[in-house]
Design a protein around this ligand. Structure first.
Ligand SMILES: Cc1cc2nc3c(=O)[nH]c(=O)nc-3n(C[C@H](O)[C@H](O)[C@H](O)COP(=O)(O)OP(=O)(O)OC[C@H]3O[C@@H](n4cnc5c(N)ncnc54)[C@H](O)[C@@H]3O)c2cc1C
Length: 493
């Protein structure tokens, strides 16, 4: 094996976060050498992996788009449009030269002696199924691998699954040739993917049933932004429109999150009214759209132009809120004894949390146990040198944090140069060593299935700065740019 390159920064992943890292490195820390290693054959991450009918964002693109590149389309965008936008960012900033596709990283080991990470990747696939090994060394690792395993989605096991005679598919591994015209489809799940799939398939399928064990809150409204439309009509430059609309979306979003905490019943009633406006007063909102938790306790999905509810109104789709008893040859038998007949069952049942991209990490030959670490501002981890992880927001667009963290990391790298430091390690001070630790995400704050299933694998957070993982953009946007890097929580060598 031959060492192919030594770089200042190695970015893992070319999704929305990895491309942000590359852009900000070139603009805020331009003298640094870096590469982006990506497992897939092109950029996009989430937006390349997911190819199911209708795949789209569930938050607006003014804030899911980058701070530095105006979004000029509709607020909710399809995966294709998002890929197009990311492609423009890459072209306009000449970022392609830094990205190496088809590289799957398997190992990363830190050597205190060499003050470097050694990263092993496998390039492409050879005949024996193994790719050609590639080894690189890097001073700093910028982990942008996302939060779920791209190769497979999460499918629970139900009795009798093997007996089902139709097609069983997961949205994350959608077969290109799946023909659902005039077929009876059951989509299991009630999250954003199910809410997208049901109306997207309903026109062609014989009928689509959304089968959910428990309901989700949906917000509905036009897929347009009035303020953006007005600013565009006034010929305001795209850059201004982008910034103004971002501020408005962030303001409105934090008001909804706040109201969901303070006045959950009022928010619930507003969400319900949006659905009633389409489905009428007689539609049984309880149980189908009345979760047991308060709004925003899990991600609140936006249904653009109410398409899910229009598909229900038109009779092409319907909702069942029932436990599954067992799969049967012709479909699914429900706990109430009814059978839902299906030719195709789609398990829109979520992700497998994937901590650090399934990469085996060692520090000075010792296996690294990520779950034993305490996070430094949700970005770095106690005892792990020269490494950051981009984990975005649940209640706001992921990219808001990707941009903010990029500012912080570039500032940190530049600060290390100024100090003449090669290594930075978040380190608990004596005063912080005994603080009470909490999970990475507090279950009473946000508790979707993939987090519940994987929380034991994630780092802990403390009860005070800088060991808190806030998940609040409005806090981070004030705090992160002014963080004192010399407050003693980061040890430089
Ligand atoms: C259908 C869908 C819709 C969503 N809509 C929204 C939305 O509207 N708003 C929002 O804020 N969030 C949304 N999300 C969440 C979304 O995943 C994140 O917002 C964001 O796309 C994550 O970007 P990322 O670059 O951090 O990670 P990813 O998009 O997951 O990209 C990570 C990349 O790293 C690569 N990688 C991973 N491990 C390795 C390895 N070992 N070696 C090499 N490469 C590796 C992967 O191949 C991938 O390309 C959505 C998620 C899904 C699935």
């Amino acid at each position: 094996m031959e060492a192919h390159a030594d770089v200042d920064v190695l970015v893992v992943g070319a999704g929305i976060s990895g491309i942000a890292a590359a852009y900000h490195l070139t603009t805020q820390s331009p003298d640094r050498s870096f590469v982006v290693l990506e497992n897939q054959e092109s950029f996009g991450g989430t937006w390349r992996t997911h190819t199911y009918p209708g795949v789209r964002s569930d938050s607006d693109l003014f804030t899911f788009g980058y701070r530095f590149k105006p979004w000029t389309g509709t607020p909710i965008a399809t995966a294709d449009k998002i890929l197009e936008y990311m492609g423009e960012v890459i072209d306009e900033n000449d970022l392609d030269q830094y990205i190496r596709y088809n590289h799957t990283i398997s190992d990363a080991s830190w050597s205190s002696e060499h003050k470097r990470w050694t990263v092993t990747a496998s390039l492409g696939d050879s005949d024996d199924g193994e790719g050609e090994p590639v080894v690189m060394t890097a001073k700093f690792l910028w982990m942008c691998q996302g939060y779920y395993r791209h190769s497979e989605g999460y499918t629970p096991t139900w009795p009798g699954m093997d007996s089902f005679e139709g097609d069983l598919v997961h949205p994350q591994t959608w077969p290109d040739d799946l023909d659902y015209a005039d077929k009876r489809v059951v989509v299991i799940g009630s999250g954003a993917s199910a809410a997208t799939l049901v109306p997207a398939m309903a026109n062609d399928a014989a009928h689509v049933t959304m089968l959910q064990r428990s309901p989700t809150y949906f917000a509905t409204g036009r897929n347009s932004n009035e303020l953006a439309e007005m600013l565009r009509e006034l010929d305001i430059p795209d850059e201004w429109t982008h910034e103004i609309v971002r501020r408005k979306v962030i303001h409105d979003g934090s008001m909804v999150a706040k109201m969901s905490r303070l006045e959950p019943e009022m928010v619930k009633e507003e969400l319900h009214q949006g659905i009633r406006d389409i489905l009428g007063d007689d539609y049984p909102l309880d149980p189908h759209f009345t979760p047991s938790y308060r709004p925003w306790h899990q991600r609140l999905a936006f249904v653009p132009d109410g398409d899910l509810f229009h598909a229900i109104k038109d009779g092409n789709a319907s909702v069942e809120t029932q436990e599954i008893e067992t799969f049967v040859e012709k479909g699914i038998q429900l706990a109430n004894g009814e059978t839902l007949e299906a030719d195709i069952i789609v398990t829109a049942t979520g992700f497998n949390l994937n901590v650090l991209g399934d990469i085996d990490f060692t520090i000075d030959d010792q296996p690294m146990d990520f779950s034993e670490t305490v996070t430094w501002r949700g970005a770095m981890f106690s005892g792990i040198p020269n490494m950051t992880w981009v984990f975005g927001y649940f209640r706001a667009s992921w990219t808001l944090r990707a941009d903010l963290l990029a500012d912080l990391v570039c500032r940190l790298l530049n600060h290390m140069d100024e100090r003449g430091a090669d290594v930075v390690t978040p380190t608990l001070t004596d005063a912080d060593a005994d603080m009470e630790l909490a999970p990475w995400v507090k279950p009473d704050d946000f508790n979707p299935g993939y987090i519940r299933r994987g929380i034991h694998l994630l780092p802990k957070q403390g009860d005070r700065d800088p060991w808190i993982h806030t998940q609040e953009y409005v806090v981070d946007k004030e705090v992160l740019p002014t963080v004192d890097l010399d407050d003693g929580s980061l040890v430089f060598e």
